[in-house]
Design a protein around this ligand. Structure first.
Ligand code: GRG
Length: 345
């Protein structure tokens, strides 16, 4: 795996990527996102100091801002495709803000469900303020995102983005359950992956395409690009849980196994080492299961197979976005698929 870059570097800093192939295709998107966190904080204005501090906690510039970056690039690519417009609409930028707010609300709730202590190298909201307040902070961020969504004043956009909230909850529910049959297990994993991660990216891309262009074919291209990139992003996330170190990730590694979850690398490894089946069934609950499962995965080609699967999703995303008229933003979206595969955190 290549460890020279991360989405954080590509989205947050001005010039850090040394590889010549990646000549900073994100300059345009970065300009659109310059005041992203300030604008989000404006949406979160609340009267009590504690709630405000909790809600603002993750809007500190330490996230990768991967979703807003895709959204603004997609908005511009669709606008150029439709009428060669170089302008981005205020409503399209609002979608980027709303996407990051929904994402953050879901992180806050996820950390409560998983009883997580660290994220992005800092303590989680639940660790500092306790579970009950963390749930409320997540709710508040989500409600502020809903207010911003209503302000756009377009019922189609409201229904596209509220679908994401339903999918997030259903995805989290799917993760709580498991399947016995091997084929069902993989389908269940991919469905969970779509709902927990890809739906937000797919539907945010669809929303900005609807705002920028009346052609339903373009909406489908935007949706398919976001869906495929989103699934690839989660597959690589699942790989990094096995291959990266905790310090670099900003959260513990093998976290999925510790939570009892069998992700892509485990499901592929199980085909080579069927003895893992029993461990999967008991959700790695016996002492030593987590360590043994991790060893099996690293001995198997589970990591390579999952990465290969992610490559196929990225290839599909590239095929979809290539149907749009050429533009620097379209090229950035294509390069972004490579960076999803090469990221190391
Ligand atoms: C409150 C809307 C809402 C949902 C409740 C808890 C829940 C249902 C859903 C959890 C969804 C979730 C946390 C999915 C994980 C997605 C994921 C890959 C997160 C990591 O994304 P990065 O790497 O994070 O982009 P940064 O830190 O860079 O922002």
């Amino acid at each position: 795996r290549c460890h020279h870059t991360s989405i954080s570097q590509m989205c947050s800093c001005s010039k850090t990527i040394s590889d010549e192939k990646y000549q900073d295709p994100f300059q345009l998107g970065r300009k659109d996102l310059k005041n992203l966190y300030e604008d989000i904080k404006k949406e979160l204005l609340v009267s009590t100091a504690e709630l405000r501090e909790m809600c603002e906690y993750y809007f500190d510039g330490k996230g990768k801002a991967f979703r807003p970056m895709i959204v603004v690039l997609m908005a511009r690519a669709c606008n150029i495709h439709h009428n060669n417009s170089r302008e981005m609409q205020a409503s399209q930028r609002s979608v980027a803000i709303i996407a990051e707010m929904i994402h953050t609300a879901s992180l806050v709730h996820d950390d409560v469900i998983d009883d997580a202590n660290s994220r992005r190298g800092k303590m989680t909201v639940n660790q500092i303020w306790g579970e009950r307040k963390a749930v409320l902070a997540g709710d508040f961020i989500l409600s502020a995102a809903s207010v911003a969504l209503a302000r756009i004043g377009n019922t189609t956009i409201i229904s596209v983005l509220t679908q994401v909230i339903e999918d997030l909850v259903r995805g989290e529910f799917l993760q709580l359950g498991s399947k016995e049959n091997e084929n069902e297990r993989f389908a269940h994993y991919l469905e969970k992956t779509f709902k927990k991660t890809a739906s937000l990216i797919a539907n945010s891309c669809k929303a900005v395409s609807i705002l920028g262009c009346p052609d339903p074919k373009v909406h489908e291209i935007a949706y398919q690009y976001g869906k495929n990139v989103g699934i690839a992003f989660q597959l690589i996330d699942d790989v990094l849980d096995f291959t990266s170190c905790a310090d670099h990730l900003g959260k513990p590694t093998a976290a999925d196994l510790k939570l009892g979850l069998a992700t892509g690398p485990v499901l592929f490894a199980c085909r080579q080492f069927p003895e893992m089946n029993a461990m999967i069934m008991r959700r790695f609950s016996k002492p030593g299961d987590v360590e043994r499962a991790r060893k099996y995965v690293l001995q198997s080609d589970g990591v390579q197979q999952t990465t290969y699967l992610a490559q196929r999703y990225c290839h599909e995303a590239t095929r979809e976005i290539s149907k749009l008229r050429p533009s620097p933003e379209r090229e950035a979206l294509i390069q972004l698929t490579d960076m999803v595969l090469l990221r190391d955190k």
